[in-house]
Each structure stands twice: as structure tokens, then as C-alpha cells.
Design a protein around this ligand. Structure first.
Ligand code: HEM
Length: 197
């Protein structure tokens, strides 16, 4: 067991195997299981979408709830551990999870046949449409504002001290805007199926 848990890759594979086992046992006991049809395909896309969304918004909230407020409390000589090691890794998963969430979300809406109706905010797809537009703005912010400015702030792209400080501030404020947007975004995202609007 420790051999599995000491490796992140093996842990993820073990989680997938556990899921398959649970599905097989539940189907065997109840006689009810997934039908491998279009509806199931759309469901799997929804599952992948929620998983990427959790990774994306989880890291956004990690930055805003944990990392940014903790930075002033960390002694200067220890700050490079965050700036040079933790933040670049967190930003790697953050931006690719954002892209994966957008792609799986757009595919999901396409598979469910309402992408145009949702993006043009037609009733009854207006809730998911608003959620999608909010999330698209957030993903734009990640790729075209936060990431380019973080590259300067973290020294991945070398710039003068004043520009570096300005980039760090822009990245932080845009990250705050995304945290603000994440609250109505998530409400709208889950409202469509569950009577929230
Ligand atoms: C541009 C990005 C996004 C697009 C295009 C998108 C699109 C969609 C679509 C089409 C659905 C299916 C809605 C339905 O039929 O009820 C959905 C569901 C969902 N989305 Fe997103 N989404 C995006 C971003 C996000 C983000 C950032 C999260 C954060 C966790 C998220 C979480 C969810 C959840 C939890 C559901 C399941 C809702 C339910 O079953 O009640 N989505 N999304």
C-alpha cells in the first residue's frame, strides 16, 4: 500500500481502479449500471469537467485563501521556496486545469445540444450560459493576464524591479477578480440542473 501512496501517479491509477471496482460491484448487486450510450458519454464528460474545475478553482482559492495572505508572514530568506518552487508548480496545474475545464465544458454543452442556446443566453439555458460566460472571462484572465504577469513576478521572464512589482500586483488583483467571479459562476453552473434559477 505504501508503495502506491508514495507515488502520485500510482495513487491516481489506484483511484480509477477503485472507481471501476465500485461500479462493477454496484452493477452486480443491483443489476443497474451504466449503459455505454451517448447519455453516459455526456455524463463522463461532466465528470471530467467537474474534476478539472475542482483542480482549477481549488488552486485559485489556494492562492487567495492560503498563499497570498501567508507571504507577508514568511521571512524574506524563505520566500524563494514559494516563489521558485511551489508557485510555478501550482501555476502549471492551475492554467492547464483552467483550459481543460473550458474544453470539457464546451464539449459537454455541445454533446447536450445547447451550446448556441446557452452562449446566447436563451431561456431555459440562461443559467448555464451566464455560468459559462463568467468562467470564460475567468479563463481569459488566467491565460492572458495572470500567467504573463506571474512569469515576470516569479522571474521566469526577467524584467526591471519596478515592472516586476507592477506585474505581481496586476496578477494578484486579477486573481482576486477571479475569486470574486467564482462565486456567481459556481452558483450559475450548478443552478441549471438543480432549480437554482
Ligand atoms: C468556460 C468554462 C466552463 C464551461 C464552458 C462550463 C460548462 C458547463 C456545462 C455545459 C455544464 C452542464 C450543465 C447542465 O447541463 O446542467 C457544466 C456543469 C458543471 N460545471 Fe461547468 N463550465 C465551465 C467552468 C466550470 C468551472 C470553473 C467549474 C468549477 C468547479 C465548473 C463546475 C461545474 C459543475 C460542478 C457542473 C455540474 C452541475 C450539475 O450537474 O449540477 N464549471 N459546466
Amino acid at each position: 500500500m505504501a508503495a502506491i501512496l508514495q507515488s502520485l501517479g500510482r495513487t491516481i491509477i489506484a483511484g480509477i481502479i477503485l472507481l471501476i471496482l465500485i461500479l462493477a460491484i454496484v452493477s452486480g448487486v443491483t443489476g443497474v449500471g451504466p449503459h455505454f450510450d451517448h447519455a453516459w458519454g455526456a455524463f463522463v464528460m461532466r465528470w471530467l469537467h467537474v474534476a478539472s474545475g475542482v483542480m482549477w478553482i481549488g488552486l485559485l482559492w489556494y492562492f487567495n485563501f492560503v498563499q497570498i495572505p501567508s507571504m507577508p508572514k514568511i521571512p524574506d530568506e524563505q520566500k524563494p521556496a514559494i516563489g521558485k518552487v511551489i508557485a510555478p508548480t501550482a501555476l502549471f496545474w492551475f492554467r492547464w486545469a483552467a483550459l481543460a475545464t473550458v474544453i470539457t465544458g464546451l464539449l459537454l454543452a455541445t454533446m447536450n445540444g445547447y451550446i448556441a442556446a446557452a452562449l446566447s443566453l436563451q431561456v431555459p439555458f440562461h443559467a448555464i450560459g451566464i455560468g459559462m460566460w463568467l468562467a470564460l472571462v475567468m479563463a481569459f484572465n488566467v491565460w492572458f493576464i495572470i500567467w504573463p504577469n506571474q512569469k515576470k513576478a516569479l522571474g521566469i521572464v526577467v524584467v526591471e524591479a519596478a515592472e516586476k512589482a507592477a506585474a505581481a500586483r496586476t496578477a494578484m488583483l486579477t486573481s482576486r477578480i477571479n475569486t470574486l467571479l467564482s462565486i456567481p459562476m459556481l452558483y450559475m453552473m450548478v443552478a441549471q440542473q438543480n432549480g437554482g434559477l
